[in-house]
Design a protein around this ligand. Structure first.
Ligand code: ADP
Ligand code: MG
Length: 861
């Protein structure tokens, strides 16, 4: 009876839409069912032929919607023949929702692994499909388990695993359907955007992703980006080296300064000096672009930026003084390595030892897919978030059999000690009856304390901390056996099927005990989902104490006096539906607040995300062919390069003219000689050419000059020119982008601290990071033009461009590293690749949220 009431209440709360949506799918489901007999009568080959025919129709333009009834009917039959599971009606409904790019909420044990095969097959007919799971073990299990379905139909299936080398990854992605973890997919994306030649990309198109346990990715992981970092030690060394080298260069001999434009150029003598000092052959060979940049930056730091005028040194740091207002700008850093060069010049510690090379949050990564959908047992509580932020509607799919899970009211104790003792007592009682118990905790520390209590009572048990996915999965699988006792943290053994042992159903099935209520109801629901699967009997109860954060912070002030009035002893508990209701309300409040925090974090990250996409799109345009290949770039690519360079020329011409002449200024203040001098870097030019010219004409003339220089370069370097130019563009952009990431980190950290005149820090961050980005692009553009047009640019005789992956580190709390050569075989598990020492509690959080570490990722829950 109770269950029916709940059903109605749920229907009521979910409003019409869920019911209506289900009705719509009901119709399609009937159509799938109607094909069952016909499909069943087909031979294996007959099935394959039918599938082939649909595939061709799809490729000829039939829409997925029009084809899916037939495809689902076929896959259903294939699943029965190959893996001996025939998708239930509710599974077909879930599968339809996935194909519609929704989140299908399906309880644990409803067979989501199988559900995914239907949209995976359908979508693999028209593109690449990625099936995303939470850990390597599940990826492998699901790939092996479901593989026969796809293979029967002639589809290839790939599998990504930790430690695979790029060649194997490429093969895995080349398959029609690829199984892997979210970290593997995300890191591969980042790495693909660090390569120089297109053959080294492994991932392929991001067409369609089916994300298992999607709430885990979009909600729980919201705070931590995937980061690839490298050691900055080498770079830091270089800043110091160049700071000291730069002191040996003399103005007007080794370099010239144009005061007006604050531009610094090495003379031939200076170039020669640098080449000698560094024992390099040619400063203008493409591999030396960074060196050239370093020398010039060091020189600019020394001669164009003056202490007490442009910056001051305070607390061991270089702080920028605003040009116009004279105010200090403590959070701003000069871009492009200039700040570091100033630190080196002043003999200060150069900030930071590791350098972020690339980063992305999983949320933004998954938003890159053309189609995204997901499955989980727990989505409804966060429905608004999924819809608002990710445009993913949630469909609650009914269970295959009626849910027979009984939720007992929460028991609330004064102290955690009392609550834990009561748990241990309860476990002893149930154990005596032979009933299996699963106790869920939210921290390793708590699970260990509980284990100690169980041990003291001589109760045999297993403790799982989500470290050893495979072994833990085996143990959790047995958690439903007669008298089993299992203590597990939230993530331990997730995705594993808990089947009841013989006779256990008669005892009432698996009993789940929660050692606390989590801030989020969703996490509690995940725990509940471990019992009562596929219509099994089961029950659950949460044990809380007044010492739990949730109660201390919310509603505790009401419950404590009540306990006093009732004269409750320490070991006694109150247990009432009203209290359970009050706790739910507290949870909702916290959920709301956390949603806001996540939303904000994502907004910060969105700024970065847009910039990243722009940079990646740019570098994609200019990726090189594989080294040593005869592959020519093609006329289209050549034209694209030409167009890009012309755009840069236009910009540079405008800037140069703007610096030496301005429409508002009297003509006799125009420095046409200076303009000609700067342009002479790219070939001989005389100032007399500019006489009588207006601003527009000057810009046009300067642009023409650059174009002429380009033509001369092409002439001189022949077919090699475009390769060189591309190489220079790529390396310059990459270097600039990395420095930008570095500076953004500082900006984020800084803005969190500063009140910014009471303004909204997010707005300040957007504004600042935007102008830093523009500045970065502008500087990079100028550098590209200077090197690409330099008369000394040559084809290097050295080996083909190569970039090593060896020193990269992959950072994410739940990451196992996909780095090819990483020795992270350590079964140390989830947190194995955390680098950087733990920040201080009051330090800015390394996730970049701008919060103090203790208030953010370092929060003790
Ligand atoms: P979920 O991921 O939803 O928790 P799983 O995919 O792990 O569920 O499947 C749970 C169990 O249900 C597995 O043992 C699986 O074999 C079984 N199962 C799923 N679908 C079917 C089906 N259509 N027929 C028979 N067994 C099924
Ligand atoms: Mg699962």
């Amino acid at each position: 009876m109770a269950i029916e009431t709940i059903r109605h209440a749920v229907d009521y709360m979910l409003g019409q839409t869920n019911t209506q949506q289900l009705k719509r799918y009901e119709k399609e489901l009937q159509a799938v069912n109607a094909l069952a007999d016909e499909v069943k009568s087909l031979s294996d080959d007959g099935l394959r032929e039918r599938a082939d025919a649909v595939l061709h129709r799809l490729r000829d333009g039939t829409s997925r919607q029009d084809a899916r009834v037939e495809v689902y009917a076929l896959v259903r039959e294939v699943a029965e023949r190959t893996v001996a599971m025939r998708p239930f009606d509710v599974q077909i409904v879930g599968a339809l929702a996935l194909d519609d790019r929704r989140i299908a909420e399906m309880q644990t044990g409803e067979g989501k692994t199988l559900v995914a095969t239907l949209p995976a097959t359908l979508n693999a007919f028209v593109g690449k499909v990625h099936v995303v799971t939470v850990n390597d073990y599940l990826a492998r299990r699901d790939r092996e388990w479901m593989g026969p379905i796809y293979e029967f139909l002639g589809l290839n299936v790939g599998l990504l695993q930790d430690g695979m080398d790029p060649a194997d990854r490429k093969t895995a992605y080349a398959a029609d359907i690829t199984y892997g973890t979210n970290n593997q997919f995300g890191f591969d994306y980042l790495r693909d955007n660090m390569v120089l030649t297109h053959d080294r990309k492994v991932q392929g198109p991001l067409d369609f992703a089916i994300v298992d346990e999607i709430d885990n990715i979009l909600v729980d992981e919201a705070r931590t980006p995937l980061i690839i970092s490298g050691s900055a030690a080498e770079a830091l060394d270089r800043y110091r080296k160049f700071a000291s080298l730069s002191r040996r260069f003399r103005e007007d001999i080794d370099f010239e300064i144009d005061e007006e434009s604050r531009r610094l150029t090495l003379t031939d003598a200076g170039i020669h000096k640098a080449e000698q000092a560094l024992s390099i052959e040619n400063l203008f060979s493409p591999e030396q672009t960074e060196t050239l940049h370093h020398i010039e930056t060091a020189l600019r730091a020394l001669h164009l930026f003056h202490k007490e005028q442009h910056y001051i040194v305070k607390d061991g740091r270089v702080m920028i003084v605003d040009d116009f207002t004279g105010r200090l700008m403590p959070d701003r850093r000069y871009s492009d390595g200039l700040h570091q060069a100033l630190e080196a010049k002043e003999g200060l510690r150069i900030q930071r030892e590791t350098q972020t090379l690339a980063q992305i949050t999983l949320q933004h990564y998954f938003q890159l897919y053309r189609g995204l959908c997901g499955m989980t047992g727990t989505a409804k509580t966060e429905e608004d978030e999924f819809k608002q932020i990710y445009a993913l509607p949630v469909l609650v799919v009914p269970t295959n059999r009626t849910l027979r899970r009984e939720a007992l009211p929460d028991r609330i104790f004064r102290t955690q000690k009392a609550a834990f003792n009561a748990i241990a007592d309860e476990v002893a009682t149930l154990h005596e009856q032979g009933r299996p118990v699963l106790i869920g905790t939210n921290s390793i520390e708590k699970s260990e304390r509980l284990a100690a209590l169980l041990k003291a009572r001589k109760l045999p048990h297993h403790v799982l901390n989500a470290k050893y996915h495979e072994q833990e999965a085996e143990i959790v699988a047995d958690a439903g056996q007669h008298s089993a006792i299992t203590v597990a943290t939230n993530m331990a053994g997730r995705g594993t099927d808990i089947k009841l042992g013989d006779g256990v159903a008669d005892l009432g099935g698996l009993h789940v005990i929660g050692g606390q209520r989590h801030e989020s109801r969703r996490i509690d629901n995940q725990l509940l989902g471990r019992s009562g699967r596929q219509g099994d009997p089961g029950s659950s109860q949460f044990y809380l104490s007044m010492e739990d954060d949730l109660l201390r912070i919310f509603g505790g002030d009401r419950i404590a006096p009540l306990m006093d009035r009732l004269g409750m002893e320490e070991g006694e508990a109150i247990e009432h539906d009203l209290l359970t209701g009050a706790i739910r309300r507290a949870q909702k409040r916290v959920e709301g607040r956390n949603f806001e925090i996540r939303k904000r974090l994502l907004e910060y990250d969105l700024v970065l995300s847009k910039q990243r996409e722009a940079v990646y799109a740019l570098r994609d345009r200019f990726l090189l062919p594989p080294p040593g290949s005869e592959e020519s770039l093609g006329t289209e690519a050549e034209a694209d390069l030409e167009e890009y360079l012309h755009d840069l020329f236009e910009e540079l011409a405008e800037n140069l003219v703007g610096e030496h002449a301005a429409a508002g200024r009297p003509l006799d203040e125009w420095n046409l000689g200076g303009l000609a001098h700067e342009l002479s870097t790219y070939g001989p030019i005389s100032a007399s050419l500019f006489e009588e010219a207006g601003i527009e004409e000057l810009i046009a003339l300067a642009g023409e000059h650059l174009k002429k220089a380009l033509a001369a370069q092409r002439e001189r370097l022949g077919v090699q020119f475009s390769l060189l130019a591309r190489y220079i563009i790529l390396t310059t952009i990459d270097e600039a982008w990395r420095t930008h990431l570095y500076n953004l980190d500082d900006l984020k950290g800084g803005i969190g601290w500063t009140a910014y005149g009471g303004g909204d820090p997010l707005v300040a961050f957007k504004r600042e990071s935007f102008s830093m980005f523009q500045e970065m692009l502008g500087n990079a553009a100028e550098k590209i033009v200077r090197v690409v047009l330099n008369p000394r640019l040559t084809v290097s005789s050295g080996p083909a461009p190569k970039r090593s992956d060896e020193n990269l580190r992959y950072v994410h709390p739940s990451a196992t590293s996909p780095a090819p050569k990483q020795a992270s075989k350590s079964k140390g598990g989830q947190r194995a690749v955390r680098i950087e020492k733990e920040p201080g509690r009051n330090d800015p959080c390394p996730c970049g949220s701008g919060l103090k570490y203790k208030k953010c990722c370092g929060r003790v829950t």
